[in-house]
Design a protein. Structure first.
Length: 134
């Protein structure tokens, strides 16, 4: 964890193998880390710098984004070619979205759209209403 006021590392939190993407909940209380080689997402309590949950999305999670209301985390799974919707209250996968290719980056661009970058097909997937997958 980094203190943004001083730009210094204040804690190192052990997570899964090959941590790749990270997103912070809007309230700053949780960090979601996509661990590509352990096929997990680590949920970190930012007040205690401890892992409070480990979520099992698809295969090869690398991208993660949180909805503006903080209710859901969207994770791209590069090896299984899909995206996982995580309920941040229960820290469980509540839906899987088929994206095709190898989805990498993900951004939640305000309600309701979700965008992912997919390789090697060089395309962008736009999920117009992620709510339909919950």
């Amino acid at each position: 964890m980094i203190d943004t006021a001083t730009n210094t590392v204040v804690a190192t939190v052990p997570v899964g193998v090959n941590p790749y993407g990270v997103a912070i909940a809007p309230d700053g209380k949780r960090a979601y880390v996509a661990n590509a080689n352990s096929n997990t997402v680590s949920v970190i309590d930012t007040a205690t710098n401890t892992v409070v949950a480990t979520v099992l999305p698809g295969t090869g999670p690398i991208g993660v984004a949180i909805t503006p209301d903080g209710k859901y985390a969207y994770v791209t799974n590069i090896n299984s070619g899909d995206g996982s919707v995580i309920d941040t209250t229960s820290n469980t996968v509540v839906a899987t979205i088929g994206l095709g290719g190898a989805p990498e980056g993900v951004t939640q661009m305000g309600s309701p759209s979700l965008r992912t970058a997919n390789t090697p097909m060089s395309r962008i997937s736009v999920v117009v209403s992620p709510a339909q997958f919950r």
